[in-house]
Structure formats: structure tokens, C-alpha cells
Design a protein around this ligand. Structure first.
Ligand SMILES: *Cc1c(COP(=O)(O)O)cnc(C)c1O
Length: 411
């Protein structure tokens, strides 16, 4: 018998967030989309759907202001533009994240400084951020990775003591919370994505949140070519593009928002069931959640001990694939700073701007400085997660993991 041949586990198709099998899109979206089309007004500067989305989202997260924009990357860009770094200013971020959270830093002329992560949660910590602070630190971006919030009490305390704003990247963590406060309301600015694979989707789209009036004003302007809509003598006040969401997306987003709590809840219920079924399985650790946090399971991540499982996360992924379960060992494969954009500093023509302004320590990507990022990526196995997972799906996933671990046990 080959090691991954299954005798116990009968493969079944799992719902996917890439098509209708695992997306909660239906008549509600079609109805509002149809209203938007019949209205004849497809721009959010004149229509009502994007405005409704912004009001409802602000209320749901518990912030004063929310603005929709064209993508999650656009949301991060908007947040950075609001903070308005000087060229060469530093923005601390994480070595494990989506590239869309990093390139906006460079577009605004600032330098991303990568913090190491907690190898068990893959999130940045107050300690790892502290090691990156300098007198040029202009902002801190925290990513609540996979739906599990960073430990914000300590991070906010650190940032507040230095007077540095925090941008929360909430693209993977809709409705997650820390001490009962939702992510997106814990720092200075929150950023969300409505891309195909997030909790709710409009295909592409983003939202920024804040309680700060000045940041709110600058974010509204940045999304709108910095045109002062409604001002007595409007002008284009500063450098900005059109980053708006359109009414078609706004209509779908309003319908999606109405389903968000249920989507999150059902992902949590399914995840808790899997966690219960994996208890005590040697070599596998289910998600580690600080008691102050609620995890909203964008993905379900296992930490795999390569001392106990042959070939660790990669071996387990291969075995699971043969049983019909696809997963991503090592998530983004390598730390973000190992991508060409950082290694070769390809930015504007041959200028290498803004890297030319960086302190050498700020762009030192020596692996020895990021031990926990490498350890964390080595151990992580990312299982796709979905609100449509039934007990049957969970039983299948759990049985496959049990059998795989049994087959891959280091003797
Ligand atoms: C998806 C994602 C983004 C980027 O969002 P887009 O809508 O794809 O531009 C940024 N940060 C994180 C953590 C993400 O998961």
C-alpha cells in the first residue's frame, strides 16, 4: 500500500470560495444589483448603494467613518496616504502578508520595515514591532492573519507610548475581535478587502475605517482624486487617483454585508468542530487563540511538527492531496521581503526610489533576523475554509488528517 492510499476516507468535493459552491451569493445580490442598474446611476458619487454600504459597515465595526474603495490594496494605499509619510519614512509591517499590503507603502515613498512574527500564530507582536522602531517610524501596519487578531492591547500600548498610528489590515479578519472590540476599530485605521476569496466579496473591492476625523477626510479625498466634493471652492488638493468602488459593487456589497454575521458564525462553528476532532493528535497543533481574541477563520491553519510528521507540513499536504484535500503548506512560500520587488528594488525606472533613502538596517533582509518567520512558514499548513462546510465535510477532513498523521508518523 502506498503511504497516501486511503482505505478509510472516501473523497468528497469540498465547497470552494472560487465559485458558487462556496460563495454565499444569490437572489439578495441580484435584487439590489438590478435596482442599481435600473436606477441608471452607476457611480458612487451620485448613487446610494456605496453610501449605504459605508454607513452600515461603520456601524457594524463600531467606528465613525467607513469609505469603500476599489480593492484591499487600495484600502491600504488609502490608509498610508492619509498618514502622509515623508519620502524615506519607515512603516513597520509583517514579513507574512499579501503583497497588496506592501507595495502601497513604496508607492507613497515610504520604506517597509519587516517585523518578525510569532511562529505559533504567524502574527506580529509588540515585541517584534518594538525591535523595528526607529526615529523614522511613521506608522505600524498589523495584519490579523488568517482571521486571528494580533494581541492588540500590547501593540496599541507600544504605539500610543510613541505616538505612532496603527493601520490594521483586516482583509482576512471581518468581525474578528480583541477584548470585545472589532478589528478595524482597535487601531487608527482599518483596511478590508472584498476580493473573491475573502469572507464576503464583490469580486474586487475594499473598505477603510477610522474614528479619526482628519484621517477620514484625507481618506475620502484620496479615493476621489483629492477633489473636494461639497467644498465651497473645491480643487484637487494633492496627489491621488480614482480609487472609488462603483454602485454595481456597492449593491452586491450591501447584500453581502447582510450575510456577514452568519458567514462568520458558520465558519467558527465548523472550525470548532474540526479543532475538537484534532485534539491530542501528535505532531499537529490546531489554531492557537489568545483568550482575549475571537478568530473568524478565513483559513484554518495547522502547525505541523516535522520532528513527528515525515516531511512536516509539505509531507502532510502531499498526503492530504492524494486523499482529495488541497491545502497550502508554507502559505506564501517565502517571506514577503524575498520577492523580487524587495530583492532587486524594482520601482520607478532605474531609480530604486524610495529604497535609495532607506537606512541600511531597514532593508537588511538577512534570514538570521527573521528566525520565527522562517520557522512559522516551515510549520504552517493552510486549509481552505468555508461557511458551507457541513458535518460531513468536517468528518471527511478530520478523518483524512488522522489517517495522514498515522501514515506519516516518525517512528
Ligand atoms: C487580500 C489581502 C490584501 C489585498 O486585498 P486585494 O483586495 O486583493 O487588493 C491585503 N492584505 C491581506 C492580508 C490580504 O489577505
Amino acid at each position: 500500500m502506498s503511504e497516501s492510499t486511503s482505505t478509510l476516507v472516501k473523497p468528497i468535493q469540498l465547497p470552494s470560495d472560487q465559485d458558487s459552491s462556496g460563495r454565499t451569493l444569490g437572489e439578495e445580490e441580484i435584487k439590489l444589483l438590478s435596482e442599481a442598474i435600473h436606477s441608471g446611476t452607476l457611480t458612487s458619487t451620485k448613487g446610494s448603494f456605496v453610501k449605504a454600504l459605508e454607513n452600515q459597515f461603520a456601524e457594524m465595526i463600531g467606528v465613525k467613518y467607513a469609505y469603500a474603495c476599489s480593492s484591499g490594496s487600495g484600502a491600504i494605499h488609502t490608509a498610508i496616504a492619509a498618514i502622509d509619510p515623508e519620502p524615506g519614512d519607515e512603516i513597520i509591517t509583517t514579513s507574512i502578508t499579501d503583497m497588496g499590503a506592501l507595495t502601497p507603502i513604496l508607492y507613497q515613498g515610504a520604506i517597509p520595515v519587516f517585523a518578525d512574527v510569532d511562529p505559533k500564530t504567524w502574527n506580529v507582536t509588540a515585541e517584534s514591532i518594538k525591535a523595528c522602531l526607529s526615529d523614522r517610524t511613521k506608522a505600524i501596519i498589523v495584519t490579523h492573519l488568517f482571521g486571528n487578531p494580533c494581541n492588540m492591547t500590547e501593540i496599541v500600548e507600544l504605539a500610543t507610548s510613541r505616538g505612532i498610528p496603527i493601520i490594521e489590515d483586516c482583509a482576512q479578519s471581518f468581525l474578528a475581535s480583541h477584548n470585545g472590540v472589532k478589528v478595524g476599530a482597535l487601531g487608527s485605521i482599518g483596511c478590508f478587502s472584498l476580493q473573491q476569496g475573502k469572507h464576503i466579496t464583490t469580486g474586487e473591492g475594499g473598505i477603510v475605517t477610522t474614528n479619526d476625523e482628519a484621517f477620514a477626510r484625507r481618506m475620502f479625498l484620496f479615493i476621489n482624486k483629492a477633489w473636494g466634493y461639497g467644498d465651497p471652492q473645491p480643487d484637487h488638493y494633492f496627489l491621488a487617483l480614482n480609487g472609488r468602488m462603483c454602485e454595481l459593487q456597492g449593491a452586491v456589497a450591501v447584500a453581502q454585508l447582510g450575510k456577514l454575521e452568519e458567514i462568520v458564525n458558520s465558519r467558527q462553528v465548523a472550525a470548532d468542530k474540526l479543532t475538537a476532532k484534532l485534539q491530542g493528535l501528535d505532531g499537529i497543533s490546531p489554531p492557537l487563540i489568545d483568550p482575549r481574541n475571537t478568530h473568524v477563520y478565513w483559513k484554518y491553519c495547522l502547525s505541523v511538527d516535522s520532528q513527528k510528521i515525515v516531511d512536516g507540513a509539505v509531507g502532510l499536504a502531499k498526503n492530504l492531496k492524494a486523499k482529495g484535500i488541497f491545502s497550502a503548506p508554507r502559505y506564501i512560500q517565502k517571506p514577503a521581503f524575498m520577492c523580487e520587488i524587495f530583492q532587486k528594488q524594482r520601482t520607478f525606472g532605474n531609480s530604486r526610489f524610495p529604497f535609495t533613502l532607506a537606512r541600511p538596517e531597514a532593508v537588511d533582509y538577512d534570514a538570521a533576523r527573521f528566525p520565527n518567520t522562517y520557522a512559522g512558514l516551515e510549520a504552517v499548513l493552510v486549509l481552505p475554509w468555508n461557511e458551507r462546510y457541513t458535518d460531513e465535510h468536517i468528518d471527511f477532513i478530520a478523518a483524512a488528517i488522522h489517517e495522514a498523521v498515522d501514515q506519516l508518523k516518525v517512528n
